[in-house]
Design a protein around this ligand. Structure first.
Ligand code: GAP
Length: 494
């Protein structure tokens, strides 16, 4: 069963992953702030995505375009005319809803059959008393809804000191267009041959009519997008090259999510029907994740054809073609676009990592993050904080380990509680320094200079000599499994 959203929202606030934006002013339901652990998790997701899809591939390069662009970009891309959602307003309470989402909301009903009693009725259901279905505003239950009107989702702003029509521009609603308008710059600068891709990670803004489901749909979010340019005149195994590359990217993207911990059973694909396709797309496949509110889009992989390059060429008057040496012809490349939301990926990783387990009769909450994603990699903990040698050794170890991995020190509770706190934020390894490590000078006992390493998921513990810590963590936080590393060291009792 999927983790309830309220559990993740509460954990996120309590442990410093995600806070509501401007909370002290009552908050905004549509923007979110990432706290000390959230920012590390978010950076880790972006870092591994960039490493896996850009740095490790020979056919990819990166870009970081500006958020504010020339306003004609949005005319050419079709966003000024087409990036709209139908909205309806309540004539009574003035709330605004997406016309196509209004029946997916629970609704308020004042039931005539029960002397006007007020009920909250689940989305799509009729009243049990009077069998009536929703016709009025789902929120206040009183107002008529207006006829649907198209509402453009782009945030308008003004460039320069004068607020006049000539200076209107928009906050970008997708990072993709920054890539298209730089296609020729990148091509000239890098001398790439098709097929090749340009990737970008950055903020995007949409004035969503009904943001919600925590960070799933917000007005300010981040995208990780690739525009992969393919020669449409080439064939691969008897198929047009763009169709072959589209299938490859769908596979690669889905595999990426499972590689970093998502359960394959929580992922599935959705093939867009003809009437669902965006105006630029030949084919689009979404990767869906089983979020608490149901199967919903985690990312999309679209075949955008040559639409964008041709549009920008038409509106700018600049040629955006590629010279095919073999065929001695200029071609407008087709584009395969894997487009993922950082925030949605982060939500899916949080939900999938969350477990409540029973350990020796007690509840343990654990985030089983992939070590690469875990915000903190190692926690160094003293068994006794009154013993100065133990505390000094802990601080020395933290300083040493923090040179390579995010490592923290915590002495604010007894050891059992310290372990539970690290489990709850997904720290894969704890290092504990105890009396045996440092010895007892007063009794003339030398320490063994070994510390305990505890692994989060199995809760197994091993004793490791201090000088070997860096090499052990290089393996554990690299590709080597815990059991292979642990086999070389004596077990410690938990
Ligand atoms: N360039 C193509 C494009 O932007 P999209 O399906 O509109 O396509 C791509 O967005 C991804 O961006 C989505 O799959 C989702 O992960 C993320 N995304 C879109 N709108 C979002 C929102 N309002 N809040 C959070 N993430 C969003």
């Amino acid at each position: 069963m999927s983790t309830p959203m309220d559990v993740i929202v509460s954990l996120s606030k309590r442990r410093g992953f995600i806070f509501q934006s401007s909370e002290i002013y009552g908050g905004t339901g549509s923007c979110w702030d990432y706290g000390p652990l959230g920012v590390e998790l978010r950076n880790n997701i972006k870092r591994v995505w960039w490493r896996d899809f850009v740095q490790q591939r020979a056919d990819m390069v990166g870009l970081d375009a500006s958020i504010l662009m020339h306003p004609t970009v949005w005319k050419a891309s079709g966003h000024v005319d087409n990036f709209t959602d139908p909205m309806v307003d309540c004539r009574e309470c003035k709330r605004r809803f997406r016309a196509d989402h209004v029946d997916e909301l629970p609704w308020t009903h004042f039931c005539e059959a029960t002397k006007g009693n007020k009920f909250q009725i689940p989305a799509g259901e009729a009243c049990r008393h009077c069998s009536q279905r929703r016709t009025l505003c789902p929120e206040c239950g009183k107002g008529q809804l207006t006829a649907p009107r198209q509402f453009n989702l782009m945030f308008k702003t003004f460039m320069g000191p004068v607020e006049e029509d000539a200076s209107v521009t928009y906050l970008r609603p997708e990072t993709a267009q920054g890539i298209f308008v730089n296609f020729d710059n990148v091509l000239q600068a890098t001398r790439r041959k098709l097929p090749f891709g340009i990737a970008q990670i950055g903020k995007a803004f949409r004035n969503e009519i009904t943001p919600g489901n925590f960070i799933f749909r917000s007005r300010e979010f981040e995208q990780m997008e690739i525009e992969f340019f393919v020669n449409p005149h080439e064939q691969i195994d008897g198929r047009p090259a763009d169709e072959d590359w589209h299938d490859r990217w769908i596979e690669d993207c889905q595999r990426w999510f499972t590689r970093y911990g998502l359960d394959p059973a929580h992922l599935k694909r959705h093939e867009h029907a003809k009437d669902e396709l965006a105006h630029y797309a030949k084919r689009t496949v979404d990767i869906l994740y089983e979020f608490p509110m149901g199967w919903s889009e985690l990312m999309g992989i679209a075949n955008r054809t040559d639409f964008d390059l041709k549009q920008h060429s038409k509106f700018s008057g600049k040629s955006l073609t590629y010279f095919d040496e073999e065929r001695k012809e200029h071609v407008v490349p087709f584009v395969i676009e894997p487009s993922a939301g950082v925030d949605r990926a982060l939500l899916a990783f949080l939900l999938d990592a969350y477990r409540e387990e029973e350990v020796r009769g007690e509840k343990r909450t654990v985030l089983r993050f992939h070590p690469e994603l875990a915000p903190v990699k190692i926690a160094v903990l003293p068994l006794l904080k009154k013993r100065s040698e133990i505390v000094t050794t802990c601080h020395d170890l933290r300083t040493r380990l923090a040179k390579r991995w995010i490592t923290l020190y915590d002495d604010t509770a007894a050891i059992g509680r310290l372990y539970r706190r690290q489990d709850e934020v997904g720290t894969p390894y704890c290092v504990t320094v105890d009396v045996k490590t440092v010895g007892d000078a007063e009794k003339g006992e030398a320490g063994d200079q070994r510390v305990t390493i505890r692994e989060r998921d199995s809760m197994e513990q091993i004793r490791v000599p201090i000088p070997e810590l860096e090499s052990v963590f290089a393996k554990l936080l690299g590709e080597t499994a815990w059991r292979d590393v642990a086999a070389a060291y004596p077990r410690a009792e938990g």
